[in-house]
Design a protein around this ligand. Sequence first.
Ligand code: B1M
Length: 214
Amino acid sequence: MVDFTVQFNEISELLQRGKAKDIVVSVQKALDEGAAPGDILEKGLMAGMNIVGGKFKRNEVFVPEVLIAARAMNKATETLKPRLAEAGVNPVGKALICTVKGDLHDIGKNLVKMMIEGKGIEVEDLGVDCDPQKLVDRVRIGDAKVVCLSALLTTTMTAQKDALDALKEAGVRDQVKVMVGGAPVTQSFADEIGADAYTPDAASAAEVCRAFYD
Ligand code: B1M
């Protein structure tokens, strides 16, 4: 059996350094040499992204580096996607994500989305300034297990409660687990509004979200 450790380490390194063009070449090369798409994802891309996530958590790297790594991850995943589907490495389930009504900040939401996707979950992005009714309509379809609500302003934290209330009123609250986060949000606020989980950052959001599918 061929050992692809060197290739996986190279892919992980390129991801951490945000080398979008080079990583596409490396991923394609590993595929051509016979590496399994699922292993490239797990041992190369996700391993690299976990290192970036850890460094971000410890303030060793900052938003620009994370966004550049995220762009490299997206490019590499695009290369891998057809082969992953072919190999039967399908997403374990679907989650919805949005920034709540009145709030236009999307950098944190995008990072959370990307980290959750890195855990093998398909994430549908309902965008920023998301109306609770839009969320209710989407949850009613019934294929999503987790809803992720991001809020960056103290004035829009309450829109997380509005979203939860709208889900309750529509009778679909029990269909989904609701996760909340964003700079002004705290565990006690999450408890107060009846969210299922609060996480302070994208890396822990991805871990907690994944646990809802395991
Ligand atoms: Co605004 N803004 N902003 N802003 N902005 C803040 C948030 C602010 C703290 C700046 C300040 O005053 N110091 C302040 C909020 C104060 C408050 O309410 N406490 C503020 C303000 C006041 C405003 C406006 C009202 C300014 C104005 O117009 N007077 C206005 C509001 C617009 C609106 O939303 N309606 C506004 C506008 C903007 C821009 C459009 C210019 C821009 C947003 C661009 C964009 O997102 N595309 C912007 C930015 C960039 C910021 C700062 C500088 C950076 C935010 C950011 O992206 N951080 C911010 C100050 C700051 O944070 N230093 C600020 C990086 C990002 C990775 O972190 O989003 O916190 P963050 O996400 C983290 C965690 O919070 C967490 O994970 C992420 C990564 O680990 N997380 C989750 C986020 N969502 C999660 C969900 C989860 C779990 C974790 O589970 C579901």
